[in-house]
Every structure is written in structure tokens, then in C-alpha cells.
Design a protein around this ligand. Sequence first.
Ligand code: ME8
Length: 659
Amino acid sequence: MPERKEKFYLTTPIYYTNGLPHIGHTYTTVVCDTVRRYKRMRGYDVVMTTGTDEHGVNVERAAKKAGIPESEFVANMAEAWRSLWDELGIAADEFVRTTDIKHVRAVQWLFKLCKENGYVYKGHYTGQYCIHDNAFVNDAKPGENCPDCGRPLETLTEENYFFKLSAFQKPLLDFYRKNPEFIQPEGRKNEIVSFVESGLKDLSITRTTIRWGIPVPGEEPHVFYVWFDALTAYLSAVGGPDYEKRGMWPADVHFVGKDIIRFHTVYWPAFLMAAMLPLPKQVWAHGWFLMDAAKMSKSKGNVVLPRPIANMLGMDALRYFMLREVVFGQDGNFSYDSLVTRYNSDLANGLGNLASRTAALIEKNFAGKVPKSAERQPQDDALAREAQAAIGEVLERLDKMEFARALEAIWSVIAAADKYLTSEQPWALGASEADQARKGTILWTTAELLRIVSALAHPVLPDSTAKVWALLGQTTSLDSLELDGLRWGQLVPGTPLGKSQTLFPRVEKTEAIERIESMANEELNSASAVPKPASALATPATPAATPAVPEKIGIEDFAKVEMRVGQIKTAERIVGADKLLKLTVDIGTEIRQICAGIAQYYEPESLIGRKVVVVVNLAPRKLRGVESNGMVVAASVGPEGRPVIAGFLEDVEVGARLK
Ligand code: ME8
């Protein structure tokens, strides 16, 4: 073991805050937590990061729907995610919120580095945009639907800062070649390599169409594109600009689902290359958990929630099922039926039964103390060899993220021990000295096997293996056990057993499924169950009213309204008037004070510098005691009439008249 512990830094994606975790998110997080525990048991200094991705249009909309400011909405959601992970026994070392000031600074710092190094420029972009995924869809045509989520795309033009992604085609391909383990699993690597080989277009990394985002310093109303913002969370969690002090960056592995592999293996390394920062060592993209052969997602409303499963069967059962049932990297189907079947066969009848049988026999025959292993017979040694071999195999499998194979190896040893007990029949032996000695050997052997199994399975089943560990009278913490020192033969005879307890009570399948489903329905229907389908977050359409035929006006009427380009210089809230902002606006010939009813939708700071349309010949009036000399033009959107300030796609001169 090295003097100074080697570091290991691993991350889950930071999840969107417009819903709560379903078992898809739980899967990635459980995998990450398993590796975190495993690496710690291999002597590494480990940091695991998870968190919440809190910016973007979806959050803006969801907050509006909830009728609260975005900051309050995301604070509630972040707390809900954090406490659910706690409740499920998944304790990450770092929880990043993208609204944290340290994260905001890190994003601005990364942008500055990319810009200073010449990889950022200003331009205009018109494209087809998926509001749900917060992404422009390259090559899509107007009227098409998003290829990822199937929702209609919207045509959008805006002034953006662009990132010169095109400059990184060769560096990325070289990087993949020199680091063949960077993209995992192998199959996904080919997909990414051909994507990069087919040519990379520059990427817009700021937005002016989104308000709820991290401001680009000195460039308001530009805010950062959510992916530039979100990916930086991995770095801000471990020090941001001061990452060298913490010594954790670069990440050793980013665990993600296959849906976001491109962001992690193309954009993210390119941003880091541009900033001349170290690159993560590996991105592991797993498959999807499917429900009825469809990807589980909030929008489809086919989500499975982790809490009801944990309540009914224990979190260890869910962890075991997810890692045992699906080959890591591939898609897997979720069904309550196979979950409960595995629970009963592998956990209740397998590990649980072996532990309780062994403990009960030691209790009865050796007054609750671990017996001595006397003269050994070939079948005892065969089992010992099998268990010893499993240590090597399991470590090797876990190193390669082959969770299902690792668990298979552990459970095959459990099955061998079961068979051994059944054929040796210690309960049928008498009270003679020889029989007692034989009983001792058999029970020491199964107890020792259980000790090894608990240590090996601990990263996956932290709770129940700690119970077996305590049952075997082990007083050290299993979390800090070093797997490298684990050997057959370390169980000390005479150790008093701990208190016996049922680890996995058998359940009746139909009843268990009914209970899980009813708890899930309750959770989904309760006010706190945030995984509402995204469609439910959209503003409901107003019932179609008979359109009033507008009276036509002549051009001379229109000419009476004088509209000019104005630029907002200052903006502040008005005490006692929740809806109003007091603005000073440069209209070319003078600076006007104008009140605008937009305070619930725009942060004053976000408006500074923005070019707007001003009706300049409106008679002055007082609003809440404050004089308003003109009007800022805005669209009235949705049934609540949300104001959206009118602006320009091209730069226009202040004072120019609108005709
Ligand atoms: O994409 N099966 O967040 P997100 C397996 N905020 N895994 C699943 C899954 C399923 N059915 N559904 C979700 C985002 N996941 C961004 C990430 S990172 C800088 C920003 C898991 O809330 C899987 O890990 O949509 C997937 O990649 C992630 O949740 C997406 O979470």
C-alpha cells in the first residue's frame, strides 16, 4: 500500500431538478456508490460527487407552474434529491448545485480560460431547438420533432458565444487513440469516434433566450448554455479554480447513461482542452433501465420509484437486483416480478438463510462462540479454495465494472456452502468428542465463508453485509476493511457471535408487488411527488374562445404610435409593488424613467444593457406613485399573460424608429 493514499474521484451526472429520482437515476447513483465503497476498501482516498442541474427553461417553467421563484423551487428540489439519497443510504462526498456560488465562479472561470486561449467567439445562430433537452438539434429542419425525446422543435435565432469545437476534431481523435480506455464500454467508443470523424461544428455556449442561467460576466443578457454550465460541476465540486489544492481532479471516472455520452466524451474534453486543464480518465456510459421495453422517463409517466421498493424489501435488495440483473453497459428490463423473485431466491433463501442457519447451529452447539476448525477433510478444503479463489475473481470483476459477474461469483460460493452444509449435516452429528470436533470444523468453515462473502459483497449490499459481519462477532467496521488483506482463515475461534436477526424475511410475491405499487401510486399522487410528467409541467392550453374580429386601423393610426429602440441602463425593484420594475432607458435622445410590470419574470440585473422596444409618445402616468414615461413592449404569453420583452435578432442602433 502506498504511503500517501492514491486518490480516486468519481461522479454521477448532476440530475435535472424538474423531477425526483426514479430507478434510472438511482441506478447510476448506486453504481457510483458501489464503486466508491469498493475503492475505499481497496485503500484509495475516494471522493464521489453527485448533485443537481438547476438552470434552464424547464426549471423556469416548472417554477412558474409551482408559483414560486426559481431559486426557491430549485432549493426545494435539491433538498428533496439530497435527502432521498440519504434515505437510500447513498452518501456522496460532494453534492453540487449549479446555483452554488462556487459553481457559478467555476463556470465563469472556465469560460474565461477558453476565451483567453482563443476558442470562443461571438456570432449568430439559427437552428432547431428542443426546449425539453436544452439543445439545438444539428441538421434538423423546421417542423421536425426532436430525435431524442420526440417533442416538436422550435426555430430559434440568437446572438451567441461560440465554442470552436471544430478545432478539436483531431485532438479528440488523438486523445481517444492514446487513451483507449477513456470511453467505456468499447461499443460506444466506435459510435463516438465516427461521430467526431464525421466533422465537428462549432457549438454555441451562451444563450440570450434563457433567463434562468449563469450570467456571462459583462455580457448580460447572455447566460451559459446548460451543458457548459452543468459539465463544469465535476470540476467545481473539487475546487474549481483551486482544483490543484484539493488534488482530486482529473476525475477517474464519470458514470453516465448512454443518453448523455456525447456531452461527456466530446464537448467536455474539448472544453477542458481549450482551457488547458487535465482531462477525465474515463467515461462509463451504461444502458437504460426499460419498463415494458420503453425507456423509463418522467415524460412517459412510466417511472419506477426507489423509495417504495426500499421500504418493502430494503435498499440492499434494490441495489443487488440492479447490479445482478443487468450486464453493466447494456439495457435492462425492470420488472417487479423479477425483483421479488431475485429477492426471495438469492437474498432470503441464499445469503440470509446461510447466515441464519450457521448462526443458529453455532448458538446451539457452541454456546454462541465461533468454534475451532479441527482436522480438515478434503471437502472442507475444497470449499476453502473456492472461497479464496472468489476473492481474486471478485476483485478482478469489480475492477472491470463487471458487477453482475462479481455477484455471480459470490453467489456461487454461497450456493456451494449451502450444498456443503446440506451434505455434511452437522445437525445430525452427536455429542461425542469426535463429532463435536467435526461439527466445529464444518461450522467454522461456513462462518469463515460468510465472513469472506460479507466483505466481498459489502460495496453492493452495505447494510445487510454489515449485519452478517456483526453477527459473526466482528467489531471492526466493514467500511474500512482493506480487501487486499482479506484471506481465508482469519476468523478467530472463540469470538462471541453478535445478536441474531433476520436479514431478508421471505415475502409473498403478489402481496409484495401490490404493496410496492400502492406505495408508489401514493407517492406519485401526493403533493410531494415531483416526478410529474413533463407534459403536466407545460402551461395548459386555454379553452378556445370565439375570436373577436379586430377593428382595422389605417396606417395613419399606426403612425401615431412612436416606437423606438431603447437600451436599459438601470433596473430596480419598487418597494411595495411586487410586479413593477423601475427602469431607466436610453432612447437615443434622452434617458427615460419607465415602469414595467415584469418584476415577477425578470431579475433586474439581467436587463441591464438589453435593447428593447419603447413606446415613447405615451402620455406620462404614475404607477404606484412612480412616474412612468413610456412603455416597454412585451408579448403576453400563456393564460397568465407572462410578459416576454420584445427584442432584436441583430444589433440595432439606440433611438432607431420602428416602422
Ligand atoms: O441529463 N435508465 O440529467 P437527467 C438508466 N442534467 N439510467 C437512467 C434512466 C434510465 N431509464 N433515466 C435516467 C441530465 N438515467 C443532465 C446531466 S451531467 C453534467 C448533466 C440516469 O436528470 C442516467 O445516468 O436527465 C442518465 O444519463 C441520467 O440519469 C440523466 O439524468
